[in-house]
Design a protein around this ligand. Structure first.
Ligand code: ZN
Length: 614
């Protein structure tokens, strides 16, 4: 089919398209092979972490194969930006979702029918409609890309029922290759994705999940907000970051609390109107130094390169969520922090949630296993990176020296005797009290509540004087984390014994627990003593020139209404500030500068460099 193009660039080879439209010099791992496989008409399943260049894998073959590349994505709020970005690069892209008016949608369908679009983003709900399926029959299709493919699996962490129809709809086009992409999936979810999407014969590509520039740090929660405030003020003043909390109310309250203390914080959660959400998202994307306090709903597909930290004030839903949420940090490759607080109360709340969950037995078993994995990750003394990557079936060969356990050398202690005392105390008080009461009994605190119940006369009263209250909290936390103690679903959420607790009580099982630090470990100033962090990949940009180039970008951004990072990423400006290009050729050699952007913005940057050098 004869296709008109908005650019005169030849569309023969993938590398040429990569250079001309995306401004990258080289393919990243797997990109070229995935593109080749699709060009040959075969299906692909690609498991690639966020920020590793997933979208190029379907965008380039959409351009190179005849017809329209249909991209199915649940991220409606982001489609407009994605399409905008592609158009900036000179590609013909459109999107169809519920945010368009009927008139706008008709115009898109007209462009698609007329062969004036190469890439069409579509929400899964739209794909399932009869009207859209009629459209598909009328047009040549380059490929189907199923983004966020884990949404098809209910074992995954973000199940969307609409995704179950994708196999039937796309399967009607046997000659059209399909690519399913996801950034997180454990082995079980992977198998489920392949089955549900009918991708049994797909070529498999799995990239490394390691994000070497992210430092993983977990801390015990004492006074969560104060700890967060200190973390932001001391380590990331004026930087942009995301704080995850579990409930809408906590998101609102925490954002307000931070604002009252001079931090420019916004809330983002499903309780806001679509308009407020888009507005807050845009404010976050546009500014270099804002903090967003969000529930898990925030950030799918957010591509803001300079997020310096992701902080979890509450435990994430699973390791997949943790990996995906922390993965928003440091997309520019510069050092970033994944910082998380947790405490006994969080562990108890998570266990309670899991106990109360509904579903069939198999589903519950999977949920229980996921929670075990998450809590195990919290309590481990092993390198966090090794533990995290192992969850995704990846072997990291050595301690990373960029996580709290590597840097603070976490220790364990033989907690068998303490565990026996704690469990026996649970038993002797009738298996209905929570940690606060049990600890008072163990340390022998003859308070009124203890005396009233006669707990000052039982055998375990005062039997645990050798440990402090906070050490006992640590014991109870790790008993619950490790599944040695069950949480009652009643209102008080007391503890109950289970099979595993009995084997500790009988002496059949010994346990080693993590030694909690007596007080928070001393803080290391950012960039100061953290020698072990990988250096920024771009060496020695000229600070002054960099500031000048940022000014140029700001001016272009104001004039064009584009967010600054859509003009050029910081990474690109840094390289420019290091190289100081004075010709168009030199400028084109910089990562992130393609012909289209050279044409649009190149002159202003060249001028600034020449003025700076003369
Ligand atoms: Zn480590």
């Amino acid at each position: 089919m004869e296709r008109k193009s908005s650019s005169s660039a030849p569309r023969s080879d993938p590398h040429g398209v990569l250079r001309r439209f995306f401004g990258f010099k080289e393919f990243r791992p797997h990109q070229r092979d995935i593109i080749q496989t699709l060009l040959e008409g075969r299906d692909v399943f690609a498991l690639m972490p966020t920020g590793s260049g997933k979208s190029v894998c379907y965008q380039i073959p959409s351009v190179l194969r005849g017809g329209v590349g249909i991209v199915i994505s649940p991220l409606i709020a982001l489609m407009q930006d994605q399409v905008h970005g592609l158009r900036q690069n000179g590609l013909r892209a459109d999107f169809l979702n519920s945010s368009l008016s009927a008139e706008e949608a008709r115009a898109v369908i007209q462009r698609v029918s007329a062969g004036a679009t190469d890439i069409l983003y579509v929400a899964p709900e739209r794909l399932a409609t009869g009207g859209f399926q009629q459209l598909l029959k009328r047009i040549p299709i380059a490929l189907f890309a199923i983004d966020e493919a884990h949404c098809v699996s209910q074992w995954g962490h973000d199940f969307r029922p609409e995704y179950l129809q994708i196999a039937a709809v796309t399967g009607a086009f046997a000659q059209v290759p399909r690519i399913a992409l996801t950034a997180t999936a454990d082995a079980h979810t992977r198998r489920d994705i392949l089955a549900k999407l009918n991708l049994g014969n797909a070529a498999l590509f799995v990239s490394s999940f390691d994000r070497p520039n992210i430092a993983y740090r977990l801390r015990l929660k004492e006074n969560g907000r104060q700890q967060l405030l200190h973390f932001i003020r001391d380590e990331h003043p004026g930087a942009s970051g995301i704080v995850y909390v579990r409930t809408r109310r906590r998101a609102d309250e925490t954002a307000q609390w931070l604002r009252a203390r001079g931090i420019d914080a916004l809330a983002y959660h499903a309780g806001l109107t679509q308009q407020e959400r888009l507005e807050n998202q845009r404010r976050f994307l546009d500014s270099g130094k804002r903090v967003v306090v969000a529930t898990i709903a925030f950030g799918m597909g957010i591509d803001k390169p300079d997020v310096r930290f992701v902080a979890h004030l509450d435990l994430p839903a699973s390791i997949e969520s943790y990996y995906q949420e922390t993965g928003r940090a440091g997309r520019d490759g510069r050092p970033a922090d994944a910082w998380m607080l947790y405490a006994l109360a969080d562990v108890v709340a998570m266990r309670k949630l899991q106990e109360a969950s509904v579903g069939d037995e198999a589903f519950k078993r999977i949920q229980a296993r996921k929670l075990d994995a998450l809590l195990g990750f919290c309590e481990t003394v092993e390198c966090r990176r090794v533990a995290l990557l192992r969850y995704f079936d990846e072997r990291y060969p050595r301690p990373c020296m960029n996580c709290d356990n590597c840097l603070d050398s976490a220790e364990t202690w033989d907690a068998t005797l303490a565990a026996q005392k704690a469990l026996s105390c649970v038993y002797r008080t009738g298996q209905r009290f929570g940690a606060a009461h049990l600890i008072e009994v163990l340390v022998g605190n003859p308070g009124e509540r203890i005396r009233r119940r006669g707990h000052d006369r039982i055998k375990t009263f005062g039997a645990g004087k050798e440990l402090s209250a906070s050490q006992w909290r640590s014991v109870f936390r790790q008993l619950v984390s490790g599944g040695f103690l069950a949480v009652d679903l009643g209102e008080i959420a007391g503890f109950k014994l289970n099979e595993k607790s009995r084997s500790i009580l009988k002496g059949e099982l010994t346990v080693r627990f993590r030694k909690d630090p007596l007080r928070p470990a001393p803080r290391t100033p950012a960039g100061g003593t953290r020698d072990s962090r990988p250096p920024a990949p771009d060496a020695e940009p000229d600070r002054t020139l960099f500031e000048i180039l940022r000014e140029v970008r700001r001016a272009i951004s104001l004039q064009s209404g584009l967010p600054p990072y859509c003009v050029f990423h910081d990474k690109t400006l840094k390289e420019m500030a290091a190289v100081a290009p004075v010709t168009r050729e030199q400028l084109l050699a910089i990562t992130g500068v393609g012909e289209k952007k050279l044409e649009r913005f190149g002159e202003a940057f060249l001028e600034a460099v020449i003025r700076f050098r003369s």
